[in-house]
Design a binder for this molecule. Sequence first.
Ligand code: CO
Length: 496
Amino acid sequence: MTHPAYDELAATWKRLHHFGHLQALASWDRSALMPVNGNAARANAMAEMDGLLHGIRTDPVLAGNLDRAERELLDDMQRANVREIRRDWNSANALPAELVQAQSLAGARCEHAWRTQRPANDWAGFLANFREVLSLARRQARYLADRSGLDPYDALMDNYEPGMTARTLDILFGDLERWLPGLVRRVRAKQAAESTMVPVGPYSRAAQYAIGVETMKLLGFDFSAGRLDESAHPFCGGVPEDTRLTTRYREDDFVGSLWGVMHETGHGRYEQNLPRDWLGQPVAWARSAGIHESQSLSFEMQIGLNRSFIGLLAPRMAAHFGAQPAFEADNLHRWLTRVQPSYIRVEADELTYPLHVILRYRIERDLIEGRAEAEDIPALWDAAMASMLDIDTHGNFNNGCMQDVHWGSGLFGYFPSYTLGAMYAAQWFAAIRRETPDLDTRMAAGDLAPAFNWLHENIWRQGSRWTTSELVTRATGEPLNAVHYRRHLEARYLGS
Ligand code: CO
């Protein structure tokens, strides 16, 4: 069977993959190694490359090739690939160039000013820049909505979590909201009666690096195709063939770096195990932001805070940091699963984190759909923090609505992916436990293969072959729902 239009598309996306490889490594280097005076030249070089890649993805010849390829006789994988190429083409071609440029400038201005406005608690200053960012994001949402037929907020979310809608989120998050604040209170009451020893530092950077690498090996990371380095904001970058993870170190705390490493290792193993035969094609890309986050949270939370796994880490902590009574496994587990409502999302524990996300989802959706204006944010924020987390943020913009840079830089529709990831991860592990009922015993003995094999078979090597909802149903036998997440949290935090 010949399919000349498909072949041309596949060759184009292979080329994009090769250029993207270099772009990804230049980007990793900028964050991990580049000296500060390299910044201007690097920014210019990368912008030039961005322009080149954008030119390839918007070449007018692609529109005809896509139409023709969709009528050619293709096998299942090729058809899935064309579907994903169409998605990528849409996202590159959906917006007028002047809007993309205006968004990039307004977002950069607002983000740059935010860096000093946040410590100064300067909401009024932030608001002055943010109004423009919001107005451009609303225009972006309308363009995407007109093109896709989706509602404006759904159209933004579709960039990160294809197929997810506010209608579905309202059901999923509405479910969480009914029981999670009550669960937080019950767990806090239970934990108030427990005594916990807190480990004492300092923990040298070298020892934290060494235990990080050892833990990555325990978690199956392939060091022949990846590295661990340091950066101000941890991330997983590079490409599937050469995956670059970073973490950051504080000498008075090892948990941030070590659990950060586990988180990025989850992202990294997903990337390293995407379908190799199709590398470079969109069908071999990670499925979505939420599915990606489900891998990092599988490693950081499902495995990383599991009592059996902590039993594996405890002797390693003693070996790297020196023995102390607080490194006893049951104590470590109690200490690492303490629940404490707090202002800052990225520092939140597993139980209160989703409440931070639901708060942002509700506000950003109202902003995009015009039910709220930029100046309404603090009042909406204060009300939600008080009702969901019993925390007063009144006048505290710094630790309230100015803590994240997502909205300021123009990023809307991304927040739900974090909590969708946690819900997916709980659903994966419910399925893994059905298949391997003695999972905890095997983990305690150092055998993590049942979890990794399941993830490899059902998630990693599927790439983008299926839509997200198909992937979930094929892997677990049911659509995404909050039941497994609730069971997981109750089992871990109430022991029920
Ligand atoms: Co992540």
